[in-house]
Design a protein around this ligand. Structure first.
Ligand SMILES: N[C@@H](CCC(=O)N[C@@H](CS)C(=O)NCC(=O)O)C(=O)O
Length: 207
């Protein structure tokens, strides 16, 4: 069985959400998010940069959430939740999946890291990251106009971007992108999101 090392509200929620939508059994072990734990020699053998999550499947051990999502799809989903490889839809599916982690989650993660390391925070640094994140919200907002999900039908790209929207919602409490708000509300009603986020803030991005 797949085994996930999980910390609530982190990227491990992507794996819980995906497995719930697919009906793939998942053994979840909640671990500490303390830097002592993450930098311990034992944890560094699982995640060499001291982050979460980690996924194991037998002998296989992985430490990038987007790669875990793709592995689970390719191995256990029988074609569900991703378009057929090599098609234009699959290209867009990959684009939004990578966007969710490489472009959208990045400024959000920098805000978290900055606030953890600088007290008081440097407002100009946070403002720059907030602006970068809001550009990403606008990109999502424009992409879902007239559509239920990023590709029209629900795919794992919505899970990749959905985690970043959740984090954005926690960090940047007010903005007014209606389409993104409605998309977020749709995502929050999904069984997998409820399981992954534990009913966390299922409302809109503007609170
Ligand atoms: N690209 C990695 C990012 C992993 C990551 O940044 N995880 C966060 C929690 S969601 C973390 O462990 N942060 C601790 C730190 O960076 O110090 C992935 O998608 O798995």
């Amino acid at each position: 069985m797949l085994k996930l090392f999980h910390v609530p509200k982190t990227r491990s929620t992507r794996i819980i959400w995906l497995c719930e939508e697919l009906g793939v059994p998942l053994d979840i072990e909640t671990v500490s998010f303390s830097s002592e734990f993450r930098m311990s020699p034992e944890w560094l053998t699982k995640n060499p940069v001291g982050k979460v999550p980690v996924l194991e499947d037998g002998e296989l051990s992985m430490f990038e959430s987007g790669a875990m999502v793709q592995y689970i799809l390719d191995r256990y989903a029988n074609g569900r939740l991703q378009p057929m490889a090599g098609t234009p839809d699959h290209a867009l599916y990959m684009q939004w999946s990578w966007f969710g982690e490489a472009t959208f989650a990045r400024p959000l993660g920098e805000i978290v890291n900055h606030r953890r390391n600088f007290n008081p925070e440097i407002p100009e640094v946070v403002e720059e990251m907030v602006n970068r994140a809001l550009l990403c919200v606008k990109a999502v907002n424009d992409a879902v106009e007239g559509k239920e999900f990023l590709l029209g039908e629900f795919t794992a790209a919505d899970i990749m971007v959905g985690y970043s929207l959740m984090l954005c919602n926690q960090l940047i409490p007010s903005h007014s992108y209606d389409e993104a708000n409605q998309y977020w509300a749709r995502l929050c009603r999904m069984n997998g999101a409820v399981k992954a986020f534990g009913g966390l803030n299922p409302g809109s991005l503007s609170q």
